[in-house]
Design a binder for this molecule. Structure first.
Ligand SMILES: [Zn+2]
Ligand SMILES: [Zn+2]
Ligand SMILES: [Zn+2]
Length: 110
């Protein structure tokens, strides 16, 4: 488990787009500016680690705005999108890998 700076709000803890109000807390980190994530992690391919959906002002639907995804060592580049997280010309995350660019993500155990 490690702690990363919230990419969606840049660690400020505030909604970066002021969608609700200027004082709204970041919906990804809950206003703390930090996110805990299990290791090993990879950068989300769909948002390229930005945490923001590339085509809207929403959180990235592949990583939920966290910018990274926990992924085991047995991961492989997604053959369907070649690791890009989306099909060329499509705004939706790849349906095979869910947008993270790799398949065989780590299973939740213990
Ligand atoms: Zn945040
Ligand atoms: Zn993402
Ligand atoms: Zn894919």
């Amino acid at each position: 488990m490690s702690e990363i700076t919230c990419a969606f709000c840049g660690g400020k803890g505030k909604d970066p787009f002021n969608l609700l109000s200027k004082l709204a807390a970041c919906q990804v980190c809950g206003g703390t500016g930090k996110i805990k994530i299990d290791e090993p992690r990879i950068k989300c391919a769909f948002c390229k680690g930005a945490g923001v959906h590339p085509h809207s002002r929403m959180t990235c639907s592949a990583c939920n705005g966290i910018s990274a995804v926990t992924c085991g060592d047995d991961k492989e580049q997604c053959p369907d999108c070649d690791g890009a997280g989306h099909k060329a010309g499509k705004n939706m995350p790849c349906s095979v890998c869910g947008g993270i660019g790799v398949i065989h993500p780590v299973r939740k155990e213990k």
